[in-house]
Design a protein around this ligand. Sequence first.
Ligand SMILES: O=C(O)CCC(=O)C(=O)O
Ligand SMILES: [Fe+2]
Length: 259
Amino acid sequence: MEGSMEVCKEFFNLPAEEKEEYVSDEISYGKAWLYTGTVKYDAEKNQNWVDGLGHLCYPVEETINSWPNKPPRYREVIAEYAVGSKKLSQMILELIAQGLGLEKGYFAGKLSDGHTLVVNHYPKCPDPSLTIGLKEHHDPTVLTTIQQNVCGLHLFVNGKWLAVDPLPNAIFVINGYQLEVISNGRLKSALHRVVTNAEADRTTISYFINPGDGESVIEPAKAVLSDGNPPKFRAFTYSEFIKKKMEVDGESALAAFRL
Ligand SMILES: O=C(O)CCC(=O)C(=O)O
Ligand SMILES: [Fe+2]
């Protein structure tokens, strides 16, 4: 874990000219994308105090050539991190399937074979009262894992923002919108945000688990439904969800599929 954090920090410490080739306002399959504020900078009213680097991660052998090759150890170290993150999320999803009473392997395969890694780099901010690192949001994922070692992440719990302070060698796990739908609302997706900090730069590594194929159907799992627990969401394809999410912000994306 430490090695992966190091190479991510090293990437953001490269001179601007060396990072420039990755700058893009499109999420792309052929090459890592680097952005500031948000991927679509011009389309946003308010910008986040963050620089982000994203790339696909699965399968590693097929995506690795799209990753940055600077610093020189980036690919080797992140390949190991991606393999570990995949294993961890598969294990967590298997336990979630068990807990929900779903068949073994419910999430394996199409529901979880799209993996994106995003490195969020929040430079220290002269006046944190004026900016937010990442505005409040739910992840449009099935599951997200986050590695962090500097404070900044907040979670909205019982009407209040709570700081999620880093623990050594811990990975923070967030339920995404798709898990909320599949569990028919039982596993709520977590509302979270990142605040800025005047003392230190903060770098985090998010690993997003999604359906790889936009045509994958997301719906409340049959096994969680009953006469007393009818479906709260209609079935939709993952690409339909992402399209809606781009049109409307936050909670209203999920609301569009609520029954
Ligand atoms: O940087 C963090 O702590 C959280 C990042 C996050 O929420 C995201 O990438 O969706
Ligand atoms: Fe997030």
